[in-house]
Design a protein around this ligand. Structure first.
Ligand code: ATP
Ligand code: FE2
Length: 326
């Protein structure tokens, strides 16, 4: 069975093709980069509308198939930015009706977990999902993927991007902060904000900007922000693993590409006799292949969706989905 997946929750419009044997036949990503300032949902949605047809055609071409050979179309139903979600949903609906094939709306966060499970060989992990808009620790328990901890304000990536903008590092600042942090060596004082199983980042960002005003080096600020926030993420992930007795930890989301975060989580995991798994970079970021893969396994588990059930859900929570495929 050939599934085409369309991703469009935030700044990335992606399309990917998978078969039922876990082969990723293509995975095309087109990311919107704002000329200046932050991400405006309607600007990102305009970008998505402009590129969605060509991204889908390229995904089919790279997979070596024609659209007629697609058996199922799936799309990211949420959570995400309304205008962006609607572009992906509209494209999926029109393909479904034009080709006469079934449609599946999927939860974006669960797609991150399932593509990790499928491609890294882990079986039953706790997922640390750290991206721009999302920061959650998720694990399977009793029929659902449950959220054991999450950010109480912004996603860690959005915080890094906003801080980066204020520090003049340009948009999508995570990689730039990682690079600067390698040359930092002074751990500056920042609020360590863990509340139970949850974390919060906005106070830390304000404090980091104060450090800049006080004249500290950017390298030391970048180093300190990484050490502090990644320690927070590692702590809540460890607590979730201990609480539910998982001996695997899976990373997902764009921030999970950060080598220092990977190192901290790996050391924590090894100390507990557990193992860490990190998906390939193009499967960590928002992408269509993971949407296709989740659509495929949901369909194979017997789930069916009508076009009338495909309204997008900006606040679609991970634990709302009944997991019927495990
Ligand atoms: P979602 O819709 O899942 O919230 P998203 O659209 O924000 O996701 P992703 O593609 O998963 O995006 O991740 C993008 C984020 O990852 C950006 O905030 C970016 O700064 C951050 N990022 C990318 N690489 C790194 C890195 N090496 N270190 C830290 N952060 C990074
Ligand atoms: Fe994501």
């Amino acid at each position: 069975m050939i599934t085409l997946g369309i991703e469009g929750t935030a700044h990335t419009l992606g399309a990917g093709v998978v078969d039922s044997d876990k082969n990723i036949l293509s995975n095309v990503i087109d990311m919107f980069v704002p000329a200046e300032g932050g991400l405006h949902p309607s600007e990102a949605a305009n970008h998505h509308s402009d590129v969605v047809s060509s991204v889908i055609m390229t995904a089919a071409e790279e997979a070596g198939i024609s659209l007629r050979e697609v058996d199922l179309v799936s799309f990211s139903m949420g959570p995400g930015l309304g205008p962006c979600l609607r572009v992906a949903a509209t494209a999926a609906r029109s393909l479904s009706s034009r080709l006469g094939i079934p449609i599946m709306g999927v939860n974006h966060c669960i797609a991150h977990i399932e593509i990790g499970n499928a491609t890294t060989g882990c079986g039953d992990p706790a997922l640390l999902y750290a991206s721009g808009g999302n920061t959650q620790v998720i694990a399977y328990s009793d029929g659902r993927y449950r959220i054991f901890g999450e950010t109480q304000d912004v996603g860690i990536g959005n915080m890094l991007d906003k801080l980066g903008r204020e520090l003049g590092l340009g948009f999508y600042a995570g990689p730039a902060i990682e690079k600067l942090a390698r040359d930092g060596d002074k751990l500056l004082d920042l609020p360590y904000s863990v509340k139970g199983m949850d974390v919060a980042f906005s106070g830390i960002m304000t404090a980091a900007l104060m450090l800049k005003k006080k004249g500290h080096r950017l390298e030391d600020i970048a180093y300190s922000i990484q050490e502090t926030t990644f320690a927070m993420l590692t702590e809540v992930t460890e607590r979730a693993m201990a609480h539910i007795g998982k001996d695997e930890v899976l990373l997902g989301g764009g921030v999970a590409q950060n080598k220092r975060l990977q190192e901290m989580v790996r050391i924590m995991a090894e100390d507990r006799g557990a193992k860490m798994f990190v998906p390939d970079r193009r499967l960590c970021v928002d992408n269509g292949a993971m949407i296709a893969w989740l659509g495929n396994i949901m369909y194979n588990s017997g789930i069916r969706m009508d076009i009338r059930d495909t309204a997008v859900r900006q606040r679609f929570r991970t634990d709302e989905v009944e997991v019927t495929w495990r």
